[in-house]
Design a binder for this molecule. Structure first.
Ligand code: C2E
Ligand code: CA
Ligand code: CA
Length: 593
């Protein structure tokens, strides 16, 4: 092989090549890098290709080897010094059929796509061993500007490596239990699905008490033995009581329970673990009395993955302060939510670009027919680190910083596009209401934006509503009145949200060009038991009707509440009893003709 044909000398690329070397998987960018690398003859020495851990071969049109790197040589079972003259075309299995690599190369000749072709998983036979691979093959390109010799790059990605690496990365080295990385991953994926059912979760942190002093007495080896024995025991219990156990660091173990009915369940599992640990370990025929302290955090009391983990540690810390073997449940002591607001603020901008925000829809039904009459758009943020962040957390930050304007534009534009799609696909369309913040209304051009969005999307104004809160409407009366009247003139309906939460005043209602009021959840929580709340709710409904307004009640969670409110005269009902807010694809089942 003539190295010099390909490899000139340009030491500059050494730096770039190092990062390829550590790259685990072959990204598109990397493929392009490889191609440019050869193409532009920027390549320094073959050494560069030889420190890359991808298995790489460069073949010319006659399938002769122009270059084969060290990784590929050892992958094929050659000694590093051996240079095979002809590339030993391995056999591969594609869709259960054995085909030769030549066949595949042949197929690719007529493939119109420009660059790398990824065949999914193939099986490669090397010395009668089956190796799952992914194969990347580039198109031919001129090896260098002066030469007519055409070459292409083949990369054999050994899938075993990735799997091994991933498994390795997700296990604790000593106890082989899933580790903190796996915990994060599992928590995230559970959280994404949480809205689908009313699940309760518990994150339980536990540490063997006084472990570091114990270790200094009995030595590392025996201390490790204890950890392994404890881990094995926890793992057995995990299967029996269906929770998952993780070993994060040192002597910290985390139990993740996602199928609990009540707090008593958690305590009884913990008691069993603690009991067992007391007599688990024997040393020189005498039992070592070990204790473990425990901290618990529950979902939905802690509403994000970050909160759950941090607060279970906090509880553990409290427990340890109280003494060995203590169990402590995290209790919210203040109202701060534990998020880093600055981080959330910084992340919003990119989040919007990266489609991390998603609109959920919650149906609103007629109390008489139970048929859907409209829906509320409620924003969700799937934050890459925190998981699902509640709007209560980030909306106030957006309002403080003005970002809410951007979100508002996103909402109107997305909702209208969605309406258009429903129209095209002949769904039964219903109006969708969007929550409006004061900052949006303060922008002079707000009404103009709504107007132009309606025109651009060719959607009728009746298909959207804006929900405003009483407080908001009272803030700057005249100006608000003018803006809202203009919206009404466009044909957009206004709904007065959170009614009954404090400012309630019917003299104001008349001043606001709204035609629907929504009674707040806080008034209906005790509707079945509190005669006071019944009185207020009934009065609001009657008064609203007397001035020609319709009434929605939100937060209706069961049939008794539904029936009660219907009998009290509520026109429309919204709440978990009908449905939680759900992603568009689930929601549109309500609209299917
Ligand atoms: P809101 O406008 O009062 O929205 C109603 C809230 O009650 C929603 O919470 C909804 O999920 C919840 N809810 C509905 N039915 C029930 C029920 O039966 N039981 C219980 N426990 N809750 C129920 P969510 O989605 O967390 O929104 C919270 C607040 O965040 C909203 O209160 C609204 O003020 C604000 N928000 C949400 N999305 C947006 C948005 O797109 N723009 C603006 N400006 N604010 C938004
Ligand atoms: Ca609302
Ligand atoms: Ca509300």
């Amino acid at each position: 092989m003539d190295n010099n044909i390909i490899f000139g000398s340009a030491a500059a690329l050494i730096a770039a090549s190092v990062s390829w070397g550590v790259c685990k998987s072959l990204t598109k960018k990397k493929q392009t890098l490889y191609e440019n690398f050869i193409k532009e003859r920027l390549s320094a020495h073959s050494e560069i290709l030889d420190i890359i851990d991808d298995n790489l071969v460069i073949l010319d049109e006659n399938s002769e080897i122009a270059y084969i790197n060290n990784a590929m040589k050892s992958f094929l079972g050659f000694d590093k010094k051996d240079i095979p003259k002809q590339f030993p075309m391995p056999e591969v299995v594609e869709n259960n059929f054995k085909v030769s690599l030549e066949n595949i190369l042949e197929k690719i000749k007529i493939n119109p796509y420009k660059f790398i072709i990824n065949h999914g998983e193939l099986i490669l036979f090397i010395n009668n061993r089956k190796v799952p691979i992914q194969l990347y093959i580039s198109q031919y390109f001129n090896m260098d500007i002066n030469s007519k010799r055409k070459v292409r790059i083949l990369i054999f990605k050994d899938n075993r490596k990735d799997k091994e690496k991933e498994q390795f990365a997700h296990k604790h080295k000593l106890t082989k239990l899933p580790n903190h990385l796996k915990l994060q991953k599992d928590l995230q994926s559970t959280f994404v699905k949480l809205h689908l059912n009313d699940r309760r979760l518990a994150v339980v942190s536990m540490e063997i008490d006084e472990f570091s002093s114990l270790r200094s007495i009995i030595g590392y080896e025996k201390a490790n033995d204890i950890l392994i024995t404890f881990a094995t025991h926890l793992n057995t219990m995990a299967k029996e009581f269906s929770f998952v156990v993780y070993h994060t660091i040192h002597n910290t173990f985390i139990l993740f329970m996602d199928s609990i009915n009540n707090e008593t369940d958690i305590y009884s599992v913990i008691n069993l673990i603690q009991d067992k640990l007391r007599s688990l370990y024997k040393m020189e025929n005498s039992i070592l009395h070990l204790t473990t302290s425990v901290g618990i955090a529950l979902y939905p009391d802690n509403s994000t993955t970050g909160e759950l983990l941090n607060n279970s540690y906090k509880a553990l810390n409290q427990a340890q302060k109280k003494g060995n073997g203590w169990v402590e449940m995290y209790k919210k002591t203040d109202t701060s939510h534990g998020y880093d607001e600055l981080k959330l603020y910084n992340d919003m901008h990119l989040g919007l670009q990266k489609n991390e925000f998603e609109i959920y829809y919650q149906p609103i039904v007629s109390s008489q027919t139970r048929k859907i009459v409209s829906a509320e758009a409620l924003i969700r943020w799937k934050h890459p680190e925190y998981g699902m962040v509640r709007p209560d957390i980030f909306i106030p930050i957006m309002e403080k910083t003005g970002f809410i304007i951007k979100l508002g534009r996103y909402l109107i534009s997305e909702v209208l596009k969605q309406q258009k799609r429903w129209e095209l696909f002949k769904f039964n369309q219903v109006p969708v209401s969007i929550n409006l913040s004061l900052a949006e209304l303060e922008k002079d051009n707000f009404v103009r934006i709504v107007e132009s969005e309606l025109q651009n999307n060719k959607v009728s104004a009746e298909l959207i509503k804006y929900e405003i809160t009483e407080g908001l409407a009272m803030e700057n009366e005249e100006r608000t009145y003018n803006q809202l009247s203009e919206l009404r003139k466009l044909g957009v309906n206004i709904l007065l949200d959170d009614f009954g939460t404090g400012y309630t005043s019917f003299s104001y209602i008349k001043k606001i060009p709204a035609n629907i009021i929504k009674i707040d959840r806080s008034l209906v929580i005790n509707i079945l038991t509190s005669s006071k709340d019944q009185g207020i709710t009934k009065a609001i409904i009657d008064l609203a009707h007397s001035i020609g307004m319709k009434v929605v009640v939100e937060g209706v969670e069961d049939e008794h509440m539904f029936n009660k409110l219907r009998d009290m005269g509520a026109d429309y009902i919204q709440g978990y009893y009908i449905s939680k807010p759900i992603p568009v694809f689930e929601f549109q089942e309500f609209l299917r003709p």
